[in-house]
Design a protein around this ligand. Structure first.
Ligand code: GDP
Length: 695
């Protein structure tokens, strides 16, 4: 029927994807032989290409699980390393190089490894076969090889030649069969010679009579018999100098050479029962494997049934039979993220934008005040804040006068505020806050464990915000343009500004006092700080003259202490100023907008408030609502429809918990599928048997 092997090989491929356990191993043909017995030549004759590593330095160090797949309707011949993802390799010299590299990757000190290399070869010229090539037995250990190497190779081979595998024992005709390591090893595990095929290579190297007698060997009789071959590649076919390696199929060249040899010696024709030639060997391998597969159907089915029972149990106990697929996991995760995003959009609206912006502009107002009003040493000509009476000089000034310095100061400060680039500043403050919140939502979502999705969402959000911000900041700048020229305040706006700025100044005072306190601790106590500060004050007022710049210290204080001292002086002055200005703002003077020149704090706060009101309205309508609309759609595109099956799988498997769950589900589904296939094969097999017995 010759389809069982093909089916079983497919099943093996499936089982390999779920990490088959030993009990699921389907029978293979295991190739053993001493080094130079012609083992590689036999395998290459079967495949029709030179593809195995060549060289003297023990080039086969790992088992090669070679699966041959017959593709009758295809022209192309190619190899694949499923574990490497190199794709289809049509150049067999590249397969050879890859195999050499994979083998040489085993350190010379180890020499062999039992980690198999999987290679699948598809071709119309190969039969469906599953072969395992093993390192050749060695007689003597080389100087640079570990002494236990001989033993290690034997152990490795022993592991593979267990039942139900078929053993292909290779021996060279020019070596006494009694000395054949391959036959000796196989006899150990298969004493009755039931599952060993003997291959005698290099038949052309001995006299034909002797060759014939080898094939009729009765000392170790094999039920499956001996096959004699001549697998040398004739010069000029493939490996010869005329052709370059790996080109062309060498099958027919070998067959021609072999046929010529056997037919030119009547000794071979004389014995009808003799089995010679690579072609016959191939046929035999196919038949034997097919029968072995058929015989193992029952035990393999049972093994799969046991594995399935285990997987089903795990699915039930660990996962409560909860179905899961990579797609459903992604869809649920995305839904729940969108749900939490919706929750966020309801909690972050115009009011929140307003708070953010006002806080930002409060800081800008404080900076302006510090730069333009609170800087020390105080202006001698018209000190704005005399230490004795904070209000006296403001009272004396003529604030209504057209060129009053106070009017100029306030106008320029207000212009500085309105021309700050509020459009860009406000947009970026809100966009940054949105981005931060998206990051926070990701971190507290299922996507936290998925670097791929994290990045996709972050990128989606950044891209949308960047896109929107560009136009919005320009448009917002246009909205606030009128304030750059004229600002009219209502009484209630003034009152509100006064109230707000008092709170801002108080907060700032607290911050400055806390910083002073920390500095005091760092500098070594209040007294020390006082001493340093009074020294700095004396330097400032010219009572003490510093030599140099005070580099290296001065007045008995180190340079580091002096620089901290300057910070302390700055903070002390800032605290003094803030206290004075809080008093001023609270005073009756600042109760009305008529005295705005006396009360720059109140005025600038009111301006900041106007800017905020314009900006929050605009940003709410333009940035927030557009972002809230676009992000979920962009996520659908990036994480929903836009992903390939592979990407979805990779995504879901990033989370180890989900990976385990998915693995169990997949294993269970696959085993169920395989078991069904196996049942089908068993029924077919039984029908065939009945048909044969009826005949
Ligand atoms: P391995 O080490 O067992 O894989 O042996 P190889 O397949 O590399 O063969 C060892 C040497 O024997 C190579 O030089 C082959 O060309 C040569 N050889 C293999 N088979 C035959 C054969 O049937 N006849 C002759 N004359 N030489 C052969």
């Amino acid at each position: 029927m010759m389809m069982l092997t093909k089916k079983m090989i497919e099943i093996r491929g499936l089982l390999q994807t779920v990490g088959q356990s030993d009990s699921l191993t389907l029978p293979s043909i295991v190739v053993i032989g001493s080094q130079s017995s012609g083992k590689s030549s036999v395998l290459e004759a079967i495949v029709g290409h030179e593809f195995l590593p060549k060289g003297h330095n023990m080039v086969t160090r790992r088992p090669i699980e070679l699966t041959l797949v017959n593709t009758p309707d295809a022209q192309a011949e190619y190899g694949e390393f499923p574990a490497l993802g190199l794709g289809k390799l049509t150049d067999f010299s590249q397969i050879q190089r890859t195999l050499t590299d994979l083998n040489l990757a085993v350190p010379a000190s180890d020499c062999v490894s039992d980690d198999p290399i999987q290679l699948r070869i598809h071709s119309p010229n190969v039969p469906d076969l599953s072969l395992i090539d093993l390192p050749g037995y060695i007689q003597v250990v080389g100087r640079d090889q570990p002494p236990e190497l001989k033993e290690r190779i034997s152990q490795l081979c022993e592991k593979y030649i267990r039942a139900p595998n078929v053993i292909l024992a290779i021996s060279a005709a020019d070596v006494d069969l009694a000395n054949s390591t391959a036959l000796r090893a196989s006899r150990k595990v298969d004493p009755r010679g039931e599952r060993t095929i003997g291959v005698i290579t290099k038949m052309d190297l001995v006299e034909p009579e002797r060759a014939v007698s080898l094939l009729n060997d009765k000392k170790y009789a094999l039920r499956l018999g001996y096959v004699g071959v001549v697998c040398r590649v004739p010069a000029g076919a493939g490996s010869g100098k005329l052709f370059h390696r790996g080109s062309g199929n060498i099958q027919s060249a070998i067959a021609k050479n072999e046929n010529a040899y056997f037919s030119s010696h009547p000794e071979f024709a004389a014995e009808e029962q003799l089995d010679v030639g690579t072609r016959n060997l191939k046929k035999k391998l196919m038949h034997v494997l097919e029968h072995t597969m058929a015989a193992s159907l029952k035990t393999t089915s049972e093994a799969i049934q046991r594995e399935l029972a285990e997987a089903t149990y795990e699915f039930k106990v660990q996962y409560n039979e909860r179905p899961l697929s990579a797609e459903s996991y992604l869809a649920e995760s995305l839904d729940s993220f969108k749900h939490s995003f919706r929750g966020f959009t309801e909690s972050f609206g115009r009011r929140e934008v307003r708070e953010l912006l006002k806080h930002e502009l409060d800081q800008q107002v404080l900076n302006l005040l510090a730069q333009r009003y609170w800087n020390r040493p105080l202006d001698d000509l018209s000190p704005p804040f005399p230490e004795t009476d904070p209000l006296s000089s403001l009272a004396k000034a003529d604030p209504e006068g057209e060129d009053s310095i106070w009017k100029i100061k306030l106008d320029s400060s207000s212009a500085a505020l309105t021309k700050l680039g509020v459009g860009r500043l406000a947009t970026s403050v809100v966009a940054n806050a949105l981005q931060r919140n998206v990051e926070y939502l990701i971190a507290s979502s299922r996507f936290a464990a998925h670097p791929f999705a994290r990045q996709a969402i972050t990128e989606a959000s950044t891209a949308i915000l960047k896109d929107l911000s560009y136009d919005i900041s320009d448009e917002l700048e246009i909205c606030i343009k009128p304030y750059k020229y004229r600002i009219d305040l209502e009484d209630n706006e003034w009152a509100k500004g006064r109230e707000n700025v008092t709170a801002v100044l108080k907060e700032e005072l607290k911050v400055a006092e806390a910083a002073s306190k920390r500095l005091e601790e760092v500098m070594g106590g209040r007294k020390k700080v006082k001493d340093v500060m009074s020294f700095i004050d004396r330097v400032r007022s010219g009572q003490v003259v510093l030599e140099g710049d005070g580099v290296g210290g001065a007045g008995g204080f180190s340079q580091a202490l002096l620089s901290k001292g300057r910070e302390a002086v700055f903070l002390r002055d800032r605290v003094d100023v803030l206290k004075l200005r809080i008093l001023a703002v609270k005073s009756k003077q600042c109760a009305t907008k008529k005295n705005k020149y006396h009360c720059p704090e109140v005025f600038l706060d009111a301006v900041a408030d106007k800017l905020t009101t314009t900006a929050d309205l605009f940003l709410d309508a333009e940035l927030l609502s557009k972002f809230y609309y676009q992000l979920p759609r962009e996520l659908d595109a990036r994480l929903g429809r836009g992903l390939s099956q592979d990407e979805i799988d990779r995504f879901a498997r990033e989370d180890p918990k989900i990976k385990r769950h998915l693995d169990v589900v997949r294993r269970k589904d696959l085993l169920e599928h395989v078991l069904k296939e196996m049942e089908g094969l068993r029924q077919l097999e039984a029908r065939e048997k009945r048909a044969v017995s009826r005949r």
